[in-house]
Design a binder for this molecule. Structure first.
Ligand code: MG
Length: 162
């Protein structure tokens, strides 16, 4: 019987003026934020997609379509919370995750721990089960030109034993 599964999530959003920058539910001081139908939190979107994938539940676009006005400017913690409830209902729990945020600016080194701690809190995990890494775009491509940010998440889930 298979008792663990892995899921992969990815998201990219454009950086624009006049939006707050939210990363993993943490408000980051920056001149620009991420565009999107919801609050544009690439970390929570990639995490939600990784968890849906691990549980074989499709993707965030199916679950929370951006054509639905219900999700306009939505707090992305809602997507994560509802997805965690779906996993729990299917007897899965999260074991650990590894997160990479791709951003030319601002420098994320000083706030990686804040993002990790907030993700751990949202998931009910020890901080040691959540890892957050940050990479620049080396000044090339859409990340390097600071036109966009991206995030990748890999998540392991395990079957809750009765
Ligand atoms: Mg997204």
């Amino acid at each position: 019987m298979i008792t663990v599964r892995v899921g992969l999530g990815h998201d990219t959003h454009r950086l624009v003026e006049g939006r707050p920058l939210l990363l993993g539910g943490v408000l980051v001081a920056h001149a620009r934020g991420l565009s999107g139908h919801s609050d544009g939190d690439i970390v929570l979107h990639a995490l939600t997609d990784a968890l849906l994938g691990a549980a074989g539940l499709g993707d965030i676009g199916d679950a929370y379509p951006d054509s639905d006005p219900k999700w306009k400017d939505a707090d992305s913690r809602l997507f994560l919370r509802e997805t965690l409830a779906r996993l729990d209902g299917a007897d899965w729990r999260v074991v650990n995750l590894d997160v990479i945020i791709f951003a030319q600016e601002p420098k994320l080194g000083p706030i990686k721990a804040d993002i990790r701690d907030n993700l751990a809190r949202l998931l009910g995990l020890d901080a040691g089960a959540v890892n957050v890494k940050a990479k620049t775009g080396e000044h090339v491509g859409h990340i390097g030109r600071a036109e966009a940010m991206a995030c990748q998440v890999v998540a392991l889930i395990e079957r809750i034993q009765p």
